[in-house]
Unconditional design. Structure first.
Length: 220
């Protein structure tokens, strides 16, 4: 948007060095660009209003991840990552995460879950699954501290994010602005500790399944 404004300013300056005919043509082009700019600004305002509406709708919404190792309660940063929060909340409400596993567990780093393929016995596919449609990243200024909930992604940032998420078991600032933080653990870090320290294989998959029985969403 700033680039567009700069172009318009340059165009206005050039008008002073044109002939009458050239000036008339340039003025016509300038008016057209100004009209397009106004439309762009209007669309940006509408988009911001939509995101504000969405974040306000999720105010005070919490979630409880019920696992076979205990419960983990979350709060959401709806003002920082409204699309990610809505994505997680609606999937939880629909039962998308029910019976999935924490398929990647690394102590002093994070525990990762949310892959629908972990509902099956095909361990070779674990970590590769997700929804049909991805969502855009919402990288923000919240640091990846212990207890932070963030969205996993593939290496190619242009592909967006899916359904897989992770909970930080320690402070991992190297992930800041590389992954979208959308929540924080408010209760149940002892469960996170328990999961992070289960026995696992060389692929960081727990030897015994750590399952998400369900995710309860509620307003508090």
């Amino acid at each position: 948007m700033l680039k567009r404004i700069f172009v318009l300013v340059i165009a206005a300056v050039l008008l002073f060095s044109c002939t009458d005919k050239e000036m008339a043509e340039q003025n016509k082009i300038l008016k057209k660009n100004v009209k397009q700019l106004k439309q762009t600004v209007k669309l940006i305002k509408l988009e911001r209003q939509s995101m504000k509406f969405l974040s306000e709708q999720m105010k005070d919404v919490k979630a409880k991840i019920v696992t076979n190792h205990g419960n983990i309660e979350l709060e959401f940063y709806a003002d920082k990552a409204p699309i990610h929060c809505f994505n997680f909340i609606t999937r939880a409400e629909s039962g998308f995460y029910d019976n999935t596993q924490f398929h990647r567990v690394i102590p002093n780093f994070m525990i990762q879950a949310g892959d629908p393929t972990t509902k099956t016995n095909n361990k070779a596919m674990y970590g590769s699954g997700g929804p049909l449609v991805a969502i855009p990243h919402e990288f923000n200024d919240i640091s990846h501290k212990r207890g932070i909930v963030s969205m996993a992604r593939v290496g190619d940032k242009t592909q967006g994010a899916g359904s897989q998420f992770f909970i930080c078991h320690a402070d991992v600032a190297q992930l800041d602005r590389e992954y979208t933080v959308f929540g924080n653990v408010t209760s149940g870090m002892e469960t996170v500790d328990k999961i992070a320290n289960v026995k696992r294989n060389q692929s960081d998959l727990p030897d015994d399944p750590v399952r998400i029985k369900t995710i309860e969403v509620f307003r508090q």
